[in-house]
Design a binder for this molecule. Sequence first.
Ligand code: ADP
Ligand code: MG
Length: 932
Amino acid sequence: MKTFRTKINVGRLLLGGFTTLSFLIIAAFGLLLFFRDADKFRVEAAHLRENYLNQQKYEVKNEVEKVIDYINYNWSQTEQRLKANIKARTYEADAIAANLQKKFAGKKSTAEIRGLIVEALRPIRFNNGRGYFFATGLDGREILFADHPELEGKDLMNMRDTRGAFVIREMIDLVRRDGEGYYRYTWTKPGESGKDYPKIAYLKYSAPLDGFIGTGEYLDDVERDIQQEVLGRIGKIRFGKDGYIFVVSFDGVTLMNGVQPELIGKPIWDMTDPYGVKVIQEERRAAETPNGDFIRYHWEKPTTRTISPKISFVKGFRQWRWMVGAGVYVDEVESVIAAKEADVKHNARIDFFYLFLILVGFLALAFALSYFFSNFIRKQFEIFLSFFTKMETGGEPIDTSRLITTEFISLGESANTMLARRRQAEDARQQSESRYRLLLQNLNDAVYVHEATPEKAGAIVDVNDQVCRMLGYTRDELLALSVAAIDVPEQAAKLPKILTQVFAEGQALFETEHLAKDRRRIPVEVSARLFELNGQPMILSVVRDITERKRLEAQLIQAQKMESVGRLAGGVAHDFNNILTGISGYAELILAGLHPDDPLATDVTEIKHSAERAAALTSQLLAFSRKQIIAPRQINLNELLTNSTRMIQRLIGEDITLVFDPGPDLGTIQADPNQIEQVLINLAVNARDAMPGGGTLRIETANVEMHEDAAGEPFDTLAGKYVRLAVSDTGCGMSAEVQSHLFEPFFTTKERGKGTGLGLSMVYGIIKQNNGVIRLKSAVGAGTTFTIYWPLVAGEAEQPKRPVSETLPVGSETILLAEDEVMVRNLARKILARQGYRVIAAEGGHQAILAAQDPNLKIDLLLTDVVMPEMNGSQLYQTLAASRPRLKVLFMSGYTEDAVARHGVLDAGVNFVQKPFSVETLIRQVREALDN
Ligand code: ADP
Ligand code: MG
């Protein structure tokens, strides 16, 4: 799967990196600051809350304790105050009495004065009306009793207080003893009975009264006064923001509350706060604690009239059963904390603002830096980029002075080193490449390289010129093809097997055919070899055009076939010739002995003709097998043909026009004229047969010179000079099939009796024997041309032989006849004897030698068969000639034998007579041999 990526450049990367980095740093820093501040704030707030509370608690506790101290002090002053008060009052009354005494002494009687004093003192009330004066005489009579005037004048000496003490008696005792002083007793209160209260009186002796004056006070009354006074004072105490002191009795009655005076006097024992806390009972618990305690509850805040959490310190004053307390609203601190928090937040905002500014600064810096760096790096990279771009076309080293950082410089140096190495390698590669090219192009074989992987389907990657020449493609056309395009279709089936072999063994040698551009099939031998090119498996195929070899092979096979047929024919011909010699010879002999009118003469003549026809057949076979003994001479073909035209015209008949077109200045050739005649006859007869409805037979001659590849003259013989003989007809022509068998003996398309199939075989044999070449051009319906090339020889043509005499020559010489075939031996002996010769006949070589042993026996001619068992004719001649140097010899044979004729060509000066011979031939040849 392909993923698409947006392309990024270094600039963007740097910018992104820098931006992200600064953003992260700032963010981290900001968060750090924020959390630190928040934490600090939290700690501070806790501290604040605690300190504030502690301070508030301390304050209320302090206030409460001050109040308790104050109460305690006032409580402890009660008796002193009481005592001072009654003493002062008593002194006032005494002063009044003394003053009245002084004023009225002498003017009034004691009783009068006493009365004045009593009446002066009687109305005086003090201490909230509770206080009054009394006066008692030392005798125990009551003088003044402002509260109980009915008792005045009565003797109270026996009066007792509630404890049973004689109060008046003790008072009189005190005054008599000390003159004045305090007296403690218990007394009922006016309007109350059954209950007595401790009371203190101050007594002072008053002379005018002869008794004492005094006043008393109940201790509890004073205490109550003090309490009221103290509560009044407490009610006015304020501290802090809205701190005040409250006093509640142990049993839950509000005694003082400066801010909620409506509560005073109310019993609130069961009062609860909005959360169910029994506040007063909690206060009581705290008050019972020796040093007091804090309590927590909710209470209405006087300033805001809202229920707020509150802490109060409460301490008890047992003597008076008072609970004294003061409270503080703890939520007071929250506003302080809120203010503090706002402050912290404000600071944080400022911090963040600065951080933002720093961030912006960083971003700007990042932008500038990344721009700078990316620009810098881009410029550096551009140097490398142009280096690499140029590298494709050779390259140019980097100017390292343009590089700035050490990294780039070392990179540049490496690049330059690489370039240098690459150039070296490139040079080396080019050298080896050109060597390879040279090698490839100078190979005689066609070479191509193609891909070996099946995916690439054998794509051709390289070829040499020979491939182009062979197949007719241009190099570029071939490079666009795959091997399949140049393989013949049937090769496709064999290809996998070949490829398997190549991969297994690294190479394969096989024959196939290639298709040329013009669809021509070219037989080739391919040597395929596996190799690796740039890591890819490749196959190098060396291809040899084996057209020529194939042709030569076919030729060789053909030649071998011809050879064996020839050998067979030769073998048959040998025996056959002997037989035919007998038949025709004897027939001739018979004929010679018969009168021409003898009716047998015609029959014997018929025998003779049949034998001659048989001899002609044998002769053709021999000619084909090149066993025909020939006597080549230097001849001029034009002369020979001129002499033969009449004969040929006779052969072909009148319907066919014979055109003879002799070439000018025709060169001399070496050939047996008889054989040339045989060739001409055979070609003419075939032409005649091909033109049953008439036509033209054209015979042309010309000098030609052959080159290696002379146009229009395909040639497989050596280059050189030739005489060309072309025989063409306008007949039916031949199919390719017929052409391929044409020269085979007994190949004929003609009906039985008409053709023997030996005509062209003979021609072929003759041409080959004479080192010539025969070519054929024919197509069905388009006539046929046979072209024969005879090698040109130097020198002039020989003159034809002198004409032979009409009569058969005779002789008397002695002829030694060696012939193993009895019929031929007897025939020859008979013929020669008839001509007058003395014939010594021998069955073979040994017999002949024996016969010739007599040195007195004159032998003129040795007539010997060539092919004989034990000893051949030639050996026999040599043996005899050793002792008879002047011995002449005439060989006879049915076919050639190297003994007398090398490759059938007679050595010059060798006499030879061809079997089967006619009587005339033998007689003439013998005469000729003797006369030479
Ligand atoms: P034959 O003439 O006895 O058939 P040849 O060896 O002379 O044997 O010829 C072989 C065959 O070649 C002939 O049967 C004929 O079919 C063919 N042939 C030879 N010469 C010609 C020609 N000039 N035109 C057509 N066909 C020919
Ligand atoms: Mg023929």
